[in-house]
Design a protein around this ligand. Structure first.
Ligand SMILES: Cc1cc2nc3c(=O)[nH]c(=O)nc-3n(C[C@H](O)[C@H](O)[C@H](O)COP(=O)(O)O)c2cc1C
Length: 421
């Protein structure tokens, strides 16, 4: 299924989208036609004529509650849960409420181009799939389903080190030429680290995303109360368990004896807080762009720039690590101010709607990543579920961008917002 079905350039039920204002019409004529993400709205309304409804809700803020019906309690707690009291998770959403778009009129936003370039990769919209581990607890197809859905719409996926399928399997499902990045939980064994990086490069992953904020797991009551941690059950371990350097350190293969393999891997990827002066090691073993994920303080952003990193993700891991931490959106403006001219600043944590994407872009993010929404889509319907979530988010983004009076992500700035307390 392609996002470009429907009639390019037409919004709801064929409404005319070309501006009739003289300046707007001239501008619109110059603009390249967008991929028509907003046309998903047309598809849905037209399907209604045949009594066909969307597979599940188009309101992505509601998916958390409906996903509960599709998942085991342990899996639901793992996906939906947050650190401690959930204060950071709530703060992420509350921060979006404190910013309001200020729509502008008669500016020719009928023809829109959502495409942008992130670290040299041209992508059709400033949205990416965040690294989400252990996806087989959500759906048996896990990361393979996610990869196929991402490929259908052309937006990049970031594969987690904690994948439940191997690097090579995910790359094959994703297909040649589709943009994919690899997220590293930095193992404390250099041989294993280098071997994993090597495999990722060979499988076509172009950019390395190094997650800094999860060097050990936070206190997560939803998981603790159910004594549920996928990794110690051998779930989300497909990458190390298929890795020759990792396997070389085992007496018996993980297939023959699971527990020793688990006990070798878990301390290898958690428990080690690496330091800034170790970053050259990654540079030495990765020849593409490197992005540090989990930056919340301008000084850390400056250190990333000083270390010649190519980008950062301003993120609090969707509220899953430090309870009571600053909302990621509140961390964004001072970080953009500090380093926006030195590296690319990406954003995640709390993005649920097109309007949220626009707010993060207006505050200086180059692109956003979404986590739980697509994971909930996976729970609802595997590949088709992820696709529905992506098409809904992109349609909402496309329409809200245009209705706010903008034609491209580059048009947005803090002036596009009214920001309160
Ligand atoms: C179930 C789940 C698993 C995750 N696994 C990883 C991971 O393996 N690596 C990583 O860097 N971030 C991981 N994250 C964090 C996401 O990459 C992202 O930072 C977060 O989900 C963004 O917040 P959101 O869920 O509000 O969109 C995970 C998040 C969830 C919900």
């Amino acid at each position: 299924m392609s996002e470009a079905s429907g009639t390019p350039g037409a919004d709801a039920a064929g409404a005319e989208t070309e501006s009739t204002g003289a300046t707007g019409a001239a501008d619109a004529a110059e603009a390249p036609p967008g991929p028509g993400f907003g046309n998903y709205q047309n598809d849905i309304y037209l399907n209604g004529l045949d009594d066909r409804l969307p597979p599940f809700t188009t309101d992505l803020t509601l998916l958390g509650s409906s996903a509960r019906e599709h998942l085991d309690p342990g899996a639901f707690g793992y996906v939906a849960g947050a650190a401690g009291s959930g204060a950071t998770h709530r703060a992420n959403r509350a921060a979006f409420e404190r910013h309001r778009l200020v729509p502008r009129m008669l500016r020719g936003p009928g023809r829109r181009d959502l495409s942008t370039t992130v670290l040299g990769t041209r992508i059709p919209a400033p949205v990416m799939l965040a690294p989400v581990g252990v996806q087989s607890i959500i759906h048996p197809d896990g990361e393979l389903a996610t990869a196929r859905a991402a490929a259908s719409v052309g937006i990049p996926m970031v594969l987690s080190t904690a994948s439940s399928h191997t690097i090579e399997q995910v790359a094959e499902a994703h297909g040649a030429g589709n943009p994919r990045w690899f997220q590293l939980y930095w193992p404390n064994d250099d041989d294993v680290c280098v071997s994993i990086l090597d495999r990722a490069r060979k499988a076509g992953f172009t950019t390395l995303v190094v997650t800094l904020d999860t060097w050990t797991l936070a206190w997560r009551p939803q998981d603790l109360d159910q004594s549920y941690l996928p990794f110690i059950r051998g779930i989300g371990t497909a990458i190390p368990f298929s890795d020759p350097a990792f396997r070389a350190g085992l007496e018996k293969s993980p297939e023959d004896e699971l527990i020793p393999a688990v006990l070798r891997w878990v301390p290898m990827f958690t428990g080690t807080d690496h330091s800034w002066d170790q970053l050259p090691f990654l540079r030495e073993h990765w020849d593409g762009p490197i992005v540090l994920k989990g930056v919340l303080h301008p000084d850390d952003a400056r250190r990333a720039a000083d270390a010649s990193m190519d980008g950062i993700v301003v993120s609090n891991h969707g509220g899953r690590q430090v309870d009571g931490a600053i909302a990621a959106l509140d961390a964004l403006p001072p970080i953009v101010e500090a380093v926006g001219d030195r590296l690319e600043v990406l954003f995640d944590s709390g993005v649920r709607t097109g309007s949220d994407v626009l707010k993060a872009l207006a505050l200086g993010a180059r692109s956003v990543l979404v986590g739980r929404p697509f994971a909930y889509g996976l729970a609802h319907g595997g590949e088709e579920g992820v696709l529905h979530v992506l098409r809904s988010l992109l349609a909402d983004l496309d329409l809200t961008l245009g209705l706010s009076g903008h034609r491209s992500p580059a048009d947005l700035s803090p002036d596009s917002l009214q920001s309160g307390t």
